[in-house]
Design a protein around this ligand. Structure first.
Ligand code: NAP
Length: 268
């Protein structure tokens, strides 16, 4: 299937690592021009160089999205390279393994700012020109925890629930503009960032994490079971995001896609 992504101009936030990195690579493979973003220059540069070495088109933008200035810097870099953005993949986010009583009011505020307000900063910047060109895609990285909260990491789950919620509100706000916005909710995915987190979380089960295969088996056994029997791969999530970025999906709007191997037990 041709996704018609050739020469589309895309900013993938948090693409210096993990799921975002896989999204940037698949979009570049599909012919899109991609801005690789992160805070760490070397990590972002490595991914940009990898894409270019594979024949793709990539640029780099650096900035902390949890501040207005950082987000503006990222947006300005993207506009300097491209003149406009067709697709915004709001993927950057953080997670911490902590329980309710360890999570302070300050932690809650910081989590909301980093995971939710960071997305809003960029959304507010891209909307005017997307409206002007009458087309745009915004894809928001949510999580299974938005819809199936755990007793652990409560601030993270609540931040992701806000993302799924505001995505629906914005789809209504953007009625008849040609811009669609959807959220994607991965289950446990063996990304660069999540792998150390899994190691820590599995300590409480005394589970074997010596090699990658054992680690992933124990994630499914102890942390979050799903009927496929395996954890998600970064590329599983990236393929779905690539599809949602496509002009072929003009009629998919204001919805959430769970991609968790069937871990959320619900009819949807
Ligand atoms: N892995 C999972 O199991 C899972 C499940 C559900 C949802 N998700 C979501 O998927 C997204 C990607 O997660 P991942 O597992 O791929 O994580 P990851 O490997 O840790 O990557 C996170 C990326 O976000 C960037 N980032 C974090 N905070 C930022 C900030 N304040 N400003 C700018 N960039 C920032 C990081 O940039 P630096 O290079 O600067 O660190 C990095 O590129 C997140 O939104 C996460 O919540 C993950």
């Amino acid at each position: 299937m041709d996704l018609h992504l050739k020469n589309k101009k895309v900013l993938v936030t948090g693409s210096s690592s993990g799921i975002g990195k896989a999204i940037a690579k698949i979009l570049a493979d599909e012919g899109a021009q991609v801005i690789v973003h992160g805070r760490n220059e070397q990590r972002a540069k490595n991914i940009m160089d990898e894409i270019i070495d594979n024949g793709g088109s990539a640029f780099m933008a650096l900035g902390d999205l949890s501040t207005d200035e950082g987000a503006q810097k990222v947006y300005d870099t993207a506009i300097r390279e491209f003149g406009q953005l067709d697709i915004l993949v709001n993927n950057a986010g953080e997670f911490h393994a902590r329980n309710w009583m360890e999570t302070t009011p300050d932690d809650w505020n910081k989590m909301y700012n980093t995971n939710v307000v960071s997305m809003i900063r960029l959304i507010r910047m891209v909307i005017p020109s997307m409206k002007e060109q009458g087309w745009g895609r915004i894809i928001q990285m949510s999580s299974i925890t938005a819809h199936q909260p755990f007793p652990l990491w409560p601030d993270y789950g609540a931040s992701k629930a806000a993302i799924s919620n505001l995505t629906v509100s914005l789809a209504k706000e953007l009625a008849e503009t040609g811009i669609t916005i959807n959220s994607v909710s991965p289950g446990t995915t063996a990304s660069d960032g999540a792998t150390p987190f899994f190691h820590d979380a599995l300590k409480m089960f005394d589970a074997d994490t010596d090699n990658r295969e054992q680690l992933e088996k124990n994630v499914v056994k102890h942390l979050l079971y799903n009927p496929t029997g395996r954890v998600g791969k970064e590329e599983d999530i990236a393929d779905l995001v690539a599809f949602l970025s496509s002009p072929r999906t003009d009629f998919i709007n204001g919805t959430n896609f769970r991609i968790d191997g069937g871990a959320s037990v619900a009819v949807s």
